[in-house]
Ligand binder design. Sequence first.
Ligand SMILES: [Zn+2]
Length: 328
Amino acid sequence: MNRRTALFKVTGLALIGLTDIKSLLAMPMVSKQNLTNSFHQFKLGDLELLVVTDGHIIMKPVQPNFAPGINKIRVEQELDRNFEPKDNVELSINILVVRFKGRTILIDSGCGENFGKDSGWLVKNLAKAGIQVHQVTDVVVTHAHPDHIGGLTNQDGKLLFPNAMVYLSRIEHDFWLTKAPDFSKSKMKDQQLIKFLTEVAQKNINALGDKLHLFEDGDTILDCVTMQLAPGHTPGHCIAKIFSKGEELYHIADLVHSAVLVVEHPEWGFDGDTDFNLAVASRIKVMDKLAKNRSLVFSYHLPWPGLGHVRDKGKAFEWVEQPMMVPD
Ligand SMILES: [Zn+2]
């Protein structure tokens, strides 16, 4: 393992089953006593939504993780102008939980035990929100990077959400389970890192057995989540439209990892993208639509709790955080 891989690993970089109805009905509502800043709750139509933190990831140095090949001074000026540190980018790990019709649905599972103590907090923080692991009925996976799928299992490969059905794009499933996933269009060339990504994806997918349900682009899951392919970050990378009673929220998964470097300069790119140019194209296409429609957006990696809007800014975009008037 070289230094960069080591740093990456240490600091972090990604069918409805039978359910115990009684335990779901007994699910406690969140009491004031349990409130901490490790989760944030809100409503969308009939859906009860929670954002739970799985921790954070510090990516250091900034380049070439971000903006590979872009002039260093230009990148530092942009970070400085936005009051951001010049030597690292901190990524939140925001997990969206959807509660609807007695089901508890996670969108992605966090890092699990793959990245050390700065992440893997999901199970602990779900408990603080009154949700035990056996009460999770479904996990919808946006893509199979270790910080998104790594929380499905523990180190021994045991499922951490034993009653949950898991939903994954068929394209994503097929990509990671091929003998040698194709990274030829990526700027990521670290073979040990690629091996790590592949092993974590395979371990978690293979642990699922008949709990795994593969979906296609445009499929709607559990009447409230429509998966839309936004390829490039990985071949099967999806964003998720969460909807109820005419209200919508777009979970944009790993479309962007930094408001300053990627929302404002989508073409600067991210070297963790499997297909660098396709990721740029998807990023611009989706952000253009979100900006035009003034959609409410949830981001997995932008600052906690990840809620906001994308605004058109001429040739680029900007991230407008949703104001939090009262702390949880
Ligand atoms: Zn990610």
